[in-house]
Design a protein around this ligand. Structure first.
Ligand SMILES: [Zn+2]
Length: 276
């Protein structure tokens, strides 16, 4: 083999910079042209879909989940969920992009609740014993409503899109390297994207939903002091396995500590708008 020889075994291989540069330019353009501001916290986020697209996506998944679930049609618990939802919705009216809010109660042992883009909220009966009272239920629903208003679903999709594009660009950049090295680089990048970008990102979303939800429920005259108590109950949970809600909503000492930091602000709102 001569010194210009092309062989797959050549150590180091060839790294192409151009795809990465193009991705970086596109990424910056994408980032700055899709800036939005999250209500209440004022954080900048990137969202690249319209509210209509977002609402259509949410509605589609919502219908699908409900069609596969045992949906409770009437009763005191459903009424409570709807009236708590309406109160929080009104408290959030200034930040509400005009979502068509819907609340469902699903018969299930899972201790879970979720909100989909566009304002579709579901609560599972399994979480009711942990919610324990109206204020506890309001903490859970405030958190979910906050996820929807802060457009966390659409933001996550924008980041996933960027991550996929970045991975493609990286794939093109290393395509001249030998297959073993390509695999190593791509695996490292994949792990970096997951643990460096997407996971911390979802933790940030959880904290943000905690904070916005707390402010909303104080404005709606639910007792914000129930929030840390609720998360403690959630942590003690079903004893053996942690509740489903926890696996996507990691509770921790940090979470309770954050509530303590935010509490003076929430209590002031609560006392001002509700006369204590
Ligand atoms: Zn959450």
């Amino acid at each position: 083999m001569n010194r210009f020889g092309r062989t797959a075994a050549r150590p180091g291989g060839r790294f192409r910079l151009l795809p990465i540069i193009l991705f970086a330019i596109y990424g910056l353009y994408y980032y700055f042209s899709n800036q939005q501001e999250v209500p209440v916290t004022g954080r900048s986020q990137i969202v690249d879909m319209s509210r209509e697209q977002e609402a259509a996506l949410g509605l589609q998944s919502y219908r699908q989940i409900l069609s596969q679930s045992q949906v409770i049609q009437s009763g005191q618990e459903l009424d409570a969920i709807r009236s708590i939802g309406r109160r929080i919705e009104q408290a959030a009216a200034a930040d509400d992009p005009g979502f068509d809010w819907e609340y469902s109660l699903i018969q299930s042992e899972q201790a879970n609740a979720f909100a989909l883009p566009g304002g579709k909220v579901a609560v599972y009966t399994g979480i009711l014993p942990i919610a324990q009272n109206v204020d506890g239920l309001a903490v859970i629903m405030g958190h979910e409503i906050a996820h929807a208003i802060a457009r966390h679903g659409a933001e996550r999709m924008a980041y996933q899109k960027l991550t996929q594009l970045g991975t493609m660009a990286a794939g093109m950049s290393v395509s001249g390297m030998d297959p073993g090295q390509q695999q190593m680089v791509m695996a490292a990048l994949g792990a970096g994207a997951k643990f460096g970008v997407l996971l911390p990102f979802s933790r940030d979303h959880e904290s943000e939903a905690d904070f916005i939800g707390l402010i909303y429920l104080a404005r709606a005259c639910f007792d914000p002091r129930e929030a840390p108590k609720l998360w403690q109950r959630m942590g003690q949970g079903a004893g053996k396995a942690p509740p489903e809600f926890m696996s996507t909503h990691p509770s921790s000492a940090t979470r309770v500590r954050q509530f303590e930091q935010w509490m003076p602000e929430a209590l002031e709102i609560y006392q001002r708008s509700c006369n204590g």
